[in-house]
Design a protein around this ligand. Structure first.
Ligand SMILES: Cc1cc2nc3c(=O)[nH]c(=O)nc-3n(C[C@H](O)[C@H](O)[C@H](O)COP(=O)(O)OP(=O)(O)OC[C@H]3O[C@@H](n4cnc5c(N)ncnc54)[C@H](O)[C@@H]3O)c2cc1C
Length: 334
């Protein structure tokens, strides 16, 4: 068992600083509980974030979200009022020129998806570059070890990483889950998503408001980060591929995948790709969800699992899962 680092204790330790972990952390903090959030990456936001490459900015996961009513609608209003979210208005055309989304208003981060995560994280104790590798039960509570060798302890544990990663953390610590919960968690599945982030030598030529939805075998979405206001100074486009293409080519060598995506995009782009980067989301979109808003394992100290695999395969689903699990954790912590 690793030695505990006493100044790293919290009443709730959260693994994952995506929208689920951050939102749950905010709710628990508002109720007066000590929260520490660990994330393996160098920035917050997970699949709802913006990355910078060579001075260009790309929303490389979530492109937009909708929320017409209820609690998620209220959250969007709060994010808008805080200047973190903005409406991404207009009609998005498909390949045939049809309006592809007949839903109500779409929203995104103001100046990039990361704005929302940064807003949520502002008052939280978030430790970046901390990849959780093992969670163990000790007489005092949970003890999580990270790849750098540090340990964090807490009365309760919330795992919001993609479910296979969360299960690995638990398994490595030798923690046994109730059979029914384990079965449900193991049944969660994801589809990967290969995304090409491309810098063009001029305007993309994509129509306002800066994105088109396709139904081709390779490409499913082209987003112009300049028109969207994410990358004002550079012609930076996000090219998202279909589930079938991503499944087939997930492990292929980088150059061949880049060529396939670039060639498929030529008919849709005015500018020429001068540089590109491939991002592989191994756990991209949830294809089979857990049958509840979170999974809860009771015990002397509880552990919970939450995220879009629980609430539904989108930002709204992740947010609702976060709100529900935070309520349950707050009840436990008193
Ligand atoms: C390409 C793409 C496009 C999408 N487009 C849309 C869209 O347009 N609209 C929409 O609503 N949804 C979209 N989604 C889905 C949406 O992004 C997710 O539903 C949502 O962001 C999930 O949030 P989360 O917090 O549950 O998970 P995540 O965002 O995955 O957060 C999990 C966090 O855990 C961290 N982590 C993982 N393992 C460890 C570990 N061992 N130790 C520490 N930290 C760890 C990760 O770094 C990550 O920050 C898209 C997803 C992808 C991949």
């Amino acid at each position: 068992m690793p030695a505990e680092t006493s100044d790293n204790s919290a009443s709730c330790l959260i693994v994952g600083a995506g929208v689920t972990g951050l939102l749950a952390g905010c709710r628990l903090r508002e109720k007066g509980h000590a929260v520490t959030i660990l994330d393996s990456e160098r920035a917050v936001g997970g699949r709802m974030s913006t990355i910078e490459i060579d001075g260009a900015h790309f929303d490389h996961g979530t492109q937009f979200f909708v929320g017409q009513e209820g609690e998620f609608r209220d959250l969007i209003t709060q994010w808008e009022e805080a200047g973190a979210a903005t409406r991404w208005g207009g009609r998005f055309l498909g390949e045939q020129g049809h309006d592809e989304f007949r839903t109500a208003a779409r929203y995104c981060g103001a100046g990039g998806m990361s704005a929302i995560a940064q807003h949520l994280a502002a008052e939280l104790d978030v430790r970046l570059g901390q990849e959780a590798v093992r969670a163990e039960m000790t007489p005092k509570g949970w003890c999580v070890s990270v790849a750098t060798g540090e340990t964090y302890s807490a009365q309760s544990l919330l795992l919001t990483a993609p479910v296979p990663s969360s299960l690995r953390i638990i398994d490595t610590g030798g923690v046994e889950l109730p059979a029914e919960i384990e079965k449900g968690l193991e049944a969660v599945t994801y589809q990967p998503c290969l995304v090409l982030l491309a810098l063009l030598d001029g305007p993309s030529g994509l129509p306002e408001p800066g994105g088109i939805k396709l139904n081709s075998s390779i490409l499913m979405w082209l987003g112009d980060n300049k028109i969207k206001g994410v990358s004002p100074g550079t012609h930076a486009v996000t090219l998202q591929t279909s589930g079938a293409f991503s499944d087939t080519h997930l492990a292929d060598d980088e150059e061949s995948v880049k060529n396939l995506i670039s060639n498929a995009a030529i008919p849709f782009l005015q500018g020429i790709i001068k540089k590109s980067y491939l991002h592989r989301w191994k756990y991209g979109r949830v294809t089979n969800v857990f049958d509840a808003h979170y999974a809860w394992v009771d015990g002397q100290c509880p552990v919970a699992f939450a995220g879009d695999a629980f609430g539904g395969p989108c930002v709204e689903g992740a947010a609702i899962s976060a709100l529900r699990v935070a309520e349950r954790l707050a009840d436990y912590l008193g």
